[in-house]
Design a protein around this ligand. Structure first.
Ligand code: KG4
Ligand code: ZN
Length: 362
């Protein structure tokens, strides 16, 4: 293995087409992201069929731009990496097939990377995160996932729990849509909440059987009941998805609801992280994923834990390929690569098998 490791990474698991060139798992030579937010905004969520089509249209240009900005030739690279899962299968396949084609054409080794592991490694791209001090506690909160895991070394994860219904970002997006705010709901709710009073409403904090599990459907229902005109006949007659159509009551103060919702959701996340920190005694805590951009969550987590807590740089909280390149560097260093017949793993969990699966040791 050469002293410097340069990896081209590709990420297409959801609605960003992204490519990045990463040196030694820490330096971003380039980081290109083509967002599909405008495409999905009219639907208030990601439309899978449109997502994969849009990835196909731009992936070639996104990869070319990442190589050009890094001033790289394929002969300068040591490996290729691509998100193998979890994510939308049609979207994952676009990146995987493109990366396999590149691997065949260049002869470079290809690594399939777990997207959740990628989010954790976004911290390796944060200037203030100097060294991991294992075991560490990772809380990944994104549009598709809310996961708590103990990481005992590179590639060694013990999943503690996660959401049993909506992911944290998904809850932000659904409440944003209910309040008539633009998609994605997370940043829109954070903005609206800035002028609201979180004490104007008291929404429930999730209770689950598993101490490290999370649930946001009760919170979502409570917000919906508080702010919408209830149909006559009571809630039993409500149709599924009725929150989309239900009109808001005239007296609703959007800023107050946003602030109270954000307060309840972040309380639930912080409580689960505190329980895990108390029970597993980690040396550091890493927060990652789109919702880790939320300032209130950062503030509460740092205040509640008597431990160093690290956050990704804001542009690397949401999906990007730089984090996939950072994670891939440690797989490569451990001597792993993927055979070219690996498949997308849409439901790949963060667990011990993250380093097993389709990877083989060279
Ligand atoms: O990590 P990500 O790009 O996608 C997945 O892997 O799922 O996360 C996107 C999610 C969206 O649900 C978005 O609403 C949420 O992250 N998000 C936020 C903020 N910025 C993005 N949630 C709360 N506060 C924010 N500032
Ligand atoms: Zn993500």
């Amino acid at each position: 293995m050469p002293a410097m490791t340069t990896i081209l990474a590709i990420e297409t698991s959801c609605d960003e087409t992204a490519a990045a060139v990463i040196r030694d798992g820490r330096a971003m030579l380039s980081n290109v992201i083509a967002s599909q937010v405008d495409l999905h905004a009219p639907y208030g969520g990601v439309f899978p069929e449109l997502a994969s089509r849009a990835h196909t249209e731009v992936i070639s240009a996104v990869v070319a731009q990442a190589m050009a900005e890094a001033q790289c030739d394929y002969s300068d690279l040591d490996a290729l990496a691509v998100t193998q899962g979890p994510g939308l299968v049609g979207s994952l396949l676009v990146g995987i097939n493109f990366a396999k084609g590149l691997a065949l054409a260049t002869g470079l080794p290809l690594l399939g990377v777990n997207h959740l592991e990628g989010h954790i490694y976004s911290l390796w791209l944060a200037p203030d995160f100097e060294q991991p001090d294992f075991p560490l506690l990772a809380l990944i909160v994104s549009g598709g996932h809310s996961e708590l895991a103990i990481m005992t070394g590179h590639g060694a994860y013990q999943r503690l729990g996660g959401t049993i219904d909506d992911a944290a970002g998904e809850a932000f997006d659904k409440i944003g849509r209910l309040l008539g705010l633009p998609f994605p709901g997370g940043p829109a709710i954070e903005n609206a909440a800035a002028t609201g009073d979180p004490r104007a409403y008291r929404f429930p904090r999730a209770k689950t059987d598993g101490p490290y599990d999370l649930s946001f459907s009760g919170l979502k229902t409570a917000v919906m009941r508080a702010v919408t005109v209830q149909p006559s006949g009571g809630r039993d007659k409500r149709r599924r998805g009725a929150e989309r159509e239900a009109p808001l009551r005239d007296d609703v103060n959007i800023a107050d609801v946003a602030a109270a919702f954000q307060d309840a959701l972040t309380d639930a996340l912080v409580a689960a992280a505190c329980r895990a920190a108390r029970d597993f005694d980690p040396r550091q805590v890493l927060l990652a994923g789109g919702v880790s951009a939320n300032a209130l969550l950062r503030q509460k987590l740092s205040a509640a834990l008597d431990l160093p807590v690290y956050y990704p740089p804001l542009p690397l909280c949401t999906d990007n390929a730089a984090m996939i390149g950072a994670a891939a560097r440690f797989r490569l260093r451990a001597g792993f690569s993927s055979s070219l017949d690996f498949e997308a793993r849409p439901s790949w969990r963060l667990s011990e098998d993250v380093y097993a699966g389709d990877l083989s040791r060279a």
